[in-house]
Design a protein around this ligand. Structure first.
Ligand code: ATP
Ligand code: MG
Length: 582
């Protein structure tokens, strides 16, 4: 490809809405252009990289007998109603009506569509296992699309689905996909981690995520200093190295004034008691509200109270899972808290409340709590349970912290940031039962198929690789997914001799199958070199008058900036050897 034909326009400045390096670089390199928030046009460079990554994914999946299909992006409402997800998915699912007033959605994921596809043809156990994948556009109406391709509304996903006889066979399929994913990310050459994960509203109970490590990653990973335990913080058990134990006897409850001390931090300073030795009370509704539904009374909201150490942060996913909800529960508003407890947040506690109260495990052995008095500007001290309030359940609800004990017993937890590029789930029979995807076993008994689903963010991974591999001058593409391997800086397009050398070399490399891009613009050398660094293909070849007169060209390695002079006479052969073996 020649630059002048590639419709590529680079920018000196980063766009104002780009917060992270890879987003800035992709826009500056003219690879992506925003159409509207979360919607991007992929320029030819980005698309080449996406296609190369897709090809790696395709090859690894075909190795494990996973067959490629392509399902529609528009799905009828009735399909999603079969599993209840038309309601469950909430506003993330973009819905519309056609001219006949039939309701449809844009596929956010394809479990329903693929289950419908297979259920027609699975007759007996002889038809299983089945393993299918597609590379398809997904649409999710993300609340805050950001970071370019990282969190788009429209994005490209590879999604795979497996169908098996029983749980053991389904786990075997899961393991196969797990290994294929490992090979895929190893082949791309990114530094990644595999962590235990939450299943979200997909269902099932075994799930792992693949993360590209990067400081700008939105996900928080906890990794053990010993052994191979690693989990997304959302599901990481929180285990104190030194648990609270108290030999203290229960003292009589006392009320005291705490005017202006609403926050744990100010209360801690004023009382000279560490934040971890105070107790905070949070209030949630356990009812899943649908958009546009009428506001509910406090009783209808089915409120609960959660108690945690003052220094700890609640983990909403753990709370959701321990309550058996689909989505994390909503916090009550200040007004609702006031109606429930008689005081505004900052002065509330668990005493005299007739609602379920959940205690974080971190408070298990603790005595003589200091909590809000449910009277504005007052707290209570020496509050104890079950004497002063009833606990419905004691559960692990806090965010794990760096330094906590590793759940495997060896080592402590260290925290990292990651970009979720892949996610695999064992689903069980959630979809097959709901959608009657059954098979007949050897005895003729009808059973639901066991399923798994497996996603890779294709567009996100390409940007994640850039996030991990760049320098102050631009992108440093991993060779595996570089849009082109060689960037020719043709410095003198108007000089006949140089032009002949450049176009001949370009032509022979192309015919030999080398992925070559040639900057044939009428620009100064400085501009061309800067743009070559910004675009970041693995090698740059400089062809200019000075060198050509001496019978030489210069090869520059993008990652090391190492330069190498090559004799023109042997350049084609040398470059073909270098670029088709690397
Ligand atoms: P996230 O937690 O980042 O919102 P998710 O867990 O909802 O993602 P999955 O349903 O697991 O996403 O989708 C499979 C893969 O698709 C993810 O691992 C991710 O790589 C990619 N993906 C998900 N949402 C987006 C998005 N908005 N933009 C780009 N890629 C996405
Ligand atoms: Mg996920």
């Amino acid at each position: 490809m020649k630059w002048t034909k590639s419709f590529t326009y680079t920018l000196k400045e980063s766009p104002a809405d780009a917060e992270i390096t890879s987003h800035k670089l992709m826009v500056r390199a003219g690879m992506i252009r925003k159409l509207a928030p979360g919607l991007y046009t992929y320029g030819t460079m980005a698309l080449r990289s996406i296609k190369k990554f897709e090809q790696i994914v395709r090859e690894e999946l075909e190795k494990i007998d996973c067959a490629e299909i392509l399902m529609p992006i528009v799905h009828p409402k009735e399909l999603w109603e079969e599993t209840g997800r038309w309601q469950e998915m909430g506003q993330g699912l973009a819905r519309f009506k056609n001219r006949n007033s039939h309701e449809f959605c844009l596929a956010a994921t394809h479990e329903e569509a693929v289950t419908d596809y297979v259920r027609r043809d699975i007759k007996s156990y002889r038809d299983l296992p089945i393993s299918l994948f597609q590379v398809q556009t997904k649409f999710r109406d993300e609340i805050r699309p950001r970071f370019g391709l990282m969190r788009g509304r429209e994005f490209i996903m590879k999604d795979a689905y497996t169908f098996d006889l029983d749980e053991a066979a389904a786990i075997k399929s899961y393991d196969q996909l797990f290994h294929a994913y490992k090979n895929i990310f190893q082949r791309v050459g990114v530094d990644f981690r595999i962590v235990d994960a939450d299943s979200g509203n997909i269902g099932g109970n075994k799930s792992q995520e693949f993360h590209v490590l990067a400081d700008s990653g939105e996900d928080h990973l906890m990794v053990s200093t010993e052994g191979d335990y690693a989990a997304n913080i959302e599901v990481c058990p929180a285990i104190d190295v030194v648990p609270f134990t108290s030999q203290a006897s229960e003292l009589p409850m006392e009320k005291f004034e705490t005017k202006g001390l609403k926050k744990i931090s100010t209360l801690s300073k004023a009382l000279k008691i560490a934040e971890k030795d105070l107790v905070k009370s949070l209030y949630f509704s356990t009812v899943e509200l649908e958009e546009g539904s009428e506001s509910l009374s406090l009783k209808e909201l089915k409120p609960i109270c959660v108690l945690l150490r003052g220094s700890d942060e609640l983990n909403p996913i753990k709370l959701k899972n321990s309550l058996g909800l689909i989505n994390p529960p909503m916090m009550l508003t200040d007004t609702e808290v006031n109606e429930l407890t008689g005081a505004y947040p900052g002065s509330c506690g668990p005493v005299n409340l007739e609602i379920p109260i959940y205690l974080d495990k971190g408070l298990e052995g603790y005595k003589n709590f200091i909590v809000g008095a449910n009277e504005n500007n007052f707290h209570l001290k020496n509050v104890n349970f079950p004497r002063d309030f009833k606990v419905t359940d004691t559960v692990d609800l806090r965010m794990a912290r760096e330094g906590d004990l590793s759940p495997m017993g060896k080592g402590t937890l260290k925290s990292y940031r990651g970009i979720e590029v892949g996610h695999i789930f064992y689903l069980g029979t959630k979809y097959s039962k709901a959608m009657k995807a059954n098979y007949l076993d050897a005895q003729g008994k009808s059973l639901p198929v066991e399923m798994g689903c497996y996603g890779i963010g294709i567009s996100r991974t390409v940007q994640a690789a850039i996030e991990q591999s760049n320098d102050k001058d631009g992108i440093i593409w991993p060779k595996s997914i570089a849009p082109y391997m060689l960037h020719i800086c043709h410095l003198d397009p108007n000089d006949e001799a140089v032009n002949t050398v450049a176009t001949d070399l370009y032509g022979s490399l192309m015919s030999a199958g080398v992925e070559v891009f040639m900057d044939d613009r009428e620009e100064r050398p400085g501009v061309k070199f800067k743009d070559a660094d910004l675009l970041g293909f693995p090698y740059r070849l400089v062809i200019g008058k000075k060198g050509v007169d001496k019978g030489e060209v210069e090869l520059v390695h993008r990652s090391t900036k190492e330069k190498q002079v090559i004799q023109l006479a042997s350049a084609t052969a040398q470059l073909i050897e270098l670029l088709s073996t690397s």
